[in-house]
Design a protein around this ligand. Structure first.
Ligand code: ADP
Length: 258
């Protein structure tokens, strides 16, 4: 394990400068338990992993295995009970809540199974919300360019109710990308979509990873979807079962959807 990172002094996102530049995430002895009343439920039971910048990563595992808990911890939505969580050179376990908020706002983007668009705003305006969330406006991507990338130029002025579920999910990708995040987190992004729309969303995630060099981290329970990644983290019962380096990621167009 990299001693350099462990001894790193960078704990805030304002002076962010990773020690090991090619590592986007380093976890060391990460555990997470949920406490309800007197009951403590261990969910993550000791996770160590190093992930490289620019990779397309899938977190795969059955329902209840701890995937969302894992994603919430590496994205700063929740805190580990134990262990070090280095993301982009910052130890999230040591960040104050205000710095964690800053980290989520400036450095990472999110998409979820539900698109959560603002219904009274157009597609373009929804994407601009993402842009405005980031303090550092100079870092953002052009909204026009993003809509071209996601194949939604013609829908830019439409309202959510005028779009299909797949189109709305693409707008939520645009919103997440507007601030040009270092990492894009996606929790079951195709969970609410049919096959055709789901494939399209995955194709866009692959395109974003290539075009903008964004590290993409997708949670899924579907082993076929995992085939599009170049790194697959297989989680079983709160532990990493295996990490698969996939030298030939599948084209989302060709994976078995059944
Ligand atoms: P997955 O995403 O693989 O389905 P989760 O990380 O959502 O798994 O959940 C793992 C386990 O943790 C499940 O048994 C779930 O019930 C439990 N769990 C998740 N969130 C909470 C919470 N906030 N409080 C208590 N238990 C939780």
């Amino acid at each position: 394990y990299s001693k350099e990172i462990l001894e790193g002094t960078i704990v805030t996102t304002t002076n962010y400068k990773p020690k090991v530049d090619k590592h986007v995430i380093e976890l060391n002895g990460v555990r997470k338990s949920y406490i309800t009343g007197d009951l403590e439920t261990p969910v993550l039971k000791g996770i160590d992993i190093i992930l490289d910048k620019g990779d397309f990563i899938v977190i795969l595992g059955p329902s209840g295995s701890g995937k969302t808990t894992f994603l919430n911890i590496i994205s700063g939505l929740d805190k580990a009970s134990e262990g070090d969580v280095f993301v982009l050179g910052s130890n999230l376990s040591l960040l104050k809540d205000s710095h964690l908020t800053k980290f989520r706002r400036n450095n990472v983007g999110f998409i979820f199974q539900q698109y959560n668009l603002l219904t009274n705003l157009t597609a373009k305006e929804n994407a601009e919300v993402g842009e405005n969330l980031s303090r550092d406006k100079t870092k953002g991507l052009s909204i026009t360019d993003i809509f071209e990338t996601i194949g939604m130029t013609e829908q830019m002025n439409k309202y959510p109710h005028q779009m299909s579920g797949g189109q709305q999910q693409r707008v939520s990708i645009a919103r997440a990308l507007a601030k040009n995040p270092d990492i894009l987190f996606a929790d079951e992004p195709t969970g609410a979509l049919d096959e055709e729309m789901g494939r399209k969303v995955l194709e866009i995630l692959v395109k974003v990873n290539k075009k903008y060099k964004t590290t993409v981290i997708v949670v899924t329970h579907n082993p076929n979807i995992a085939k599009i990644a170049n790194t697959i983290i297989h989680i079983k019962n709160g532990l990493i079962d295996e990490v698969i380096k996939n030298t030939k990621p599948a084209d989302p167009k060709t994976i078995d959807w059944s």
